[in-house]
Design a protein around this ligand. Structure first.
Ligand code: ASP
Length: 582
């Protein structure tokens, strides 16, 4: 090897040793008599010292080295005069006796520092330079650790890692597919998998019993902030299980990951029904790091002459502890916040419960203190608290209140990235109606089993909305990190489900015949889950964005600006694929 040690390795105990180091020039400091270079590699930084008095030629050579040059040095380790307690190698330096430039480097377009001066676009274009920076590299090392710990846990639990194909069949359900033209079958296409869902179910039919895969998935969706067209799942499936078995197994996985990667004990996860999540948080992925649960005020506020409340389907409030001191300006800003089109509330009513026990609201004209006291009792508010109220259509108002609750949580510092609050959300509806398409869609996916006692409702379109799915999501800090379900494993029930979703029997057979046929050859009861691996890693890393946990991510327009793709392909290639140009 070209080196005897890494740049993060040497300590005072190594003083006197002859070593060879390789790395990149981080910085160079010239003090006339001495020149110092910080040499960097993945493991750390070691100071190199060049002495003008003892080796002028070498010192001159060192002064010509630019940032990010790749060099090899030979020299002796010695104790440093000016120690740097901030880095592990800060007690020593290398007195260089031999210097080889392995490669030169252009001046990088941004600084390779923890806090860089490079903007997003530039960093993406030169991602290989961005990856030299500690925070980005550490994020990928964390990802590696999470992957290793996942394999360790699942493998110990008898799960087998199986690779499923990447060129599969396009299906109409779910998100939009990425398509790949088949040269050998003119006019025909493969699709890239949105998830290995049907394959993992087939592995259960095949008797594999416990499967997992850390797997790339592809969804051609309009990119919202922080969505990637290709992303990674920890995909799992088990046979001969009920919901409780799956929840236990994967709560165990996540507990193991938190323990090994973060040293955090997440305790036992509470279960919350979808109905409660919507009622108390207005959201099926509630951030439970803080309380501030919704309190419905319909019974308390109606029929006092305030038309907005009287006409509203729902009047709902939250109590922000200790926020009565919010200034008028802050309250106006909150009103602006809820009126933004993305949030869509028409206004915000507030009640300050002052420290002196008086109550002051933005609707004093309609509600005297005695009335407001009733609100406070309903909300369990204390002097010093602020009550915020929204009203209108129930679903829209819950959604808007959910946003306001999160905003208040942020403003009051209740969403600490180092605190983790995990839970299971269960009992989702099986079906949701889509007004635009004018039909029912599976809320999770068409393979999810309904609760056995709700199966009969599949024969009654009026009751579709009441059917509960045997499905579950794991939610951490307001983020859905995983979701899955107990599956249908009976051919007739699966066929009926496709019927409910608007497939003719022929269409269902054409698209999913392979799965339904397999169910006729002894399919075991089974269920599973998939975790968003990139998201899980960013959560462990305390980051908002998943980008830095992916080595080579796409930007917000789905482009890789480094290799510059998607890109035009030439006529000949198109012809070979039987694709006509526009
Ligand atoms: N395949 C599902 C998904 O990607 C997860 C599951 O049901 O296991 O969301």
């Amino acid at each position: 090897m070209l080196r005897s040690h890494t740049c993060g390795e040497l300590r005072l105990a190594d003083a006197g040793k002859e070593v060879n180091l390789c790395g990149w020039v981080q910085t160079s400091r010239d003090f006339g008599g001495m020149t110092f270079i910080d040499l960097r590699d993945r493991y750390g930084i070691t100071q190199l010292a060049f002495n003008m008095a003892t080796n002028a030629t070498l010192c001159e050579q060192a002064r010509t080295l630019g940032r990010e040059f790749v060099v090899r040095v030979k020299g002796a380790v010695r104790e440093r005069e000016n120690k740097n307690p901030k880095i592990p190698t800060g007690d020593v330096e290398i007195i260089v006796t031999d210097l080889t430039v392995l490669n030169t480097a252009k001046t990088p377009p941004f600084t390779i520092e923890d806090e860089t001066d490079g903007g997003d676009d530039l960093r993406m274009k030169y991602r290989y330079l961005d990856l030299r920076r500690n925070p980005v590299r550490d994020s990928l090392i964390l990802r590696h650790e999470v992957a290793q710990a996942t394999r360790q846990y699942l493998s110990n639990q008898q799960f087998i890692e199986v690779e499923t194909p990447v060129l599969i069949k396009s299906t109409p359900e779910g998100a939009r597919d990425f398509l790949v033209p088949s040269r050998m079958n003119p006019g025909q296409f493969y699709a890239l998998p949105q998830s290995p869902q049907t394959f993992k179910q087939l592995l259960m039919v095949a008797g594999f019993d416990r499967y997992f895969q850390i797997v790339k998935c592809f969804r051609d969706e309009d990119l919202r902030a922080d969505r990637q067209p290709e992303f990674t799942q920890i995909d799992c499936e088990m046979s001969f299980v009920e919901r409780a078995d799956i929840l236990n197994m994967f709560e165990g996985l996540v507990r193991h990951l938190f323990q090994t990667v973060k040293g955090v004990d997440i305790g036992t996860l509470p279960h919350m029904s979808y109905a409660d999540a919507m009622k108390y948080y207005g959201n099926d992925k509630p951030d439970t790091r803080f309380e501030m649960r919704f309190v419905e005020l319909n019974d308390v506020v109606k029929n006092k002459g305030f038309k907005v409340f009287d006409d509203a389907e729902l009047v709902v409030s939250i109590c922000a502890k200790g926020a009565a001191s919010f200034t008028r300006k802050q309250l106006d800003e909150l009103t602006e916040f809820v009126k933004r089109p993305q949030i869509g509330a028409s206004g915000l009513v507030y009640v300050r419960y002052n420290e002196d026990g008086t109550l002051k609201s933005s609707v004093d004209k309609f509600y005297n203190e005695e009335e407001l006291k009733k609100w406070a009792v309903a909300c369990d508010a204390q002097p010093g608290d602020l009550i915020l109220v929204l009203a209108g259509n129930a679903n829209k108002t819950r959604k808007a209140m959910s946003e306001l609750r999160l905003e208040m949580g942020s403003q009051l510092g209740l969403r600490d990235k180092n605190k983790f609050s995990c839970l299971w959300v269960i009992d989702f509806p099986l079906l949701e109606f889509n007004e635009d398409a004018n039909r029912w869609f599976a809320m999770h996916h068409p393979f999810t089993a309904p609760w056995p006692e709700d199966i009969a409702k599949l024969d009654n379109p009026d009751a579709y909305g009441d059917i509960r799915a045997n499905a579950y999501d794991m939610v951490i800090n307001g983020v859905e990190v995983g979701g899955g379900s107990i599956r249908i494993f009976d051919k007739d029930l699966q066929a009926k489900m496709f019927g409910v979703l608007g497939f003719s029997p022929e269409e269902a057979q054409e698209q999913f015949g392979f799965l339904m046929n397999a169910f006729e050859f002894g399919a075991p009861p089974h269920g599973g889950i998939a975790f968003g691996f990139d998201r899980l890693c960013s959560l462990f890393g305390g980051a908002d964005s998943i980008r830095d946990f992916i080595a080579f991510p796409k930007n917000n327009s789905g482009r890789d600006v480094m290799i510059d793709t998607p890109s035009v392909i030439d006529e000949l290639q198109l012809k070979e694929l039987s694709i006509k140009t526009l």
